[in-house]
Write a protein that binds this ligand. Structure first.
Ligand SMILES: [Zn+2]
Length: 224
């Protein structure tokens, strides 16, 4: 029988915490916070920057669980799994020219890249790719094939990049871009991300080419 993971209804946070504590007494050893490995300088932090249990608001500590040190709640059964984010991008174009949008936000503000964004939970990758293209450059696309997947040690994002064909609409910048345009591959503007050129090359290689497997470098974060 699966464990009861409900904690409500209750009328106050203290009641809520008390109820959770009574239902989920800590049974796993708690280790000191300092046991976490230190992140390499400039790399992604090894754990999410959360402090309190999202279920019962107790301060999280650390436990060995499933072969890794994880943030966990000493008062209830909650364990935080620092899952990756999943993102998609679409390389599309017209007459051999690639459609790019100029970003109005960091990272890469002022530089050019493809329509891209995070996948919602429960959303198919292809549907997310179509949605992001609609939102960011204002065109409807079909998703034709997978161009590349990109992930890397210490990198929090897994990217799937697709080739798309424009079905209808004229490109126009959405909320996250200042401009959009078609560019010949030999006359590209400054691109925002390290693998953007690889994705264009995969697109130009045509349907017969297998998807590329790209390794992302750990992202750089400002010094804390
Ligand atoms: Zn909790």
């Amino acid at each position: 029988m699966p464990p009861d993971t409900t904690c409500g209804p209750v009328s106050s946070l203290d009641d809520f915490r008390q109820l959770c504590n009574s239902r989920f007494p800590p049974t796993l050893p708690v280790v000191e916070l300092s046991a976490y490995p230190t992140a390499p300088l400039g790399a992604a932090p090894p754990v999410a920057d959360i402090t309190f249990c999202p279920r019962c608001a107790t301060r999280l500590t650390e436990r060995q669980h499933g072969g890794a040190l994880r943030l966990a709640c000493p008062a209830c059964a909650f364990i935080h799994f620092d899952d990756p984010k999943v993102a998609v991008a679409v390389v599309t174009g017209r007459d051999g020219r690639v459609l790019l949008a100029r970003r109005n936000h960091d990272p890469g503000m002022g530089l050019w890249t493809f329509p891209s964004g995070f996948v919602d939970r429960g959303e198919a990758l292809e549907a997310a790719a179509q949605r992001e293209t609609r939102e960011e450059v204002g065109v409807e696309v079909s998703i034709d094939r997978l161009l590349a997947v990109r992930s890397g040690p210490g990198h929090p994002v897994i990217l799937g990049a697709f080739a798309g064909s424009i079905l209808r609409g004229e490109p126009s910048p959405g909320d996250e871009a200042t401009d959009v345009g078609f560019f010949a591959p030999q006359h590209l503007p400054e691109l925002a991300f390290p693998h953007d050129r690889d994705l264009i090359d995969a697109w130009l290689a045509g349907p017969g080419a297998p998807p590329a497997i790209l390794t992302a470098a750990p992202p750089q974060f400002p010094a804390q």
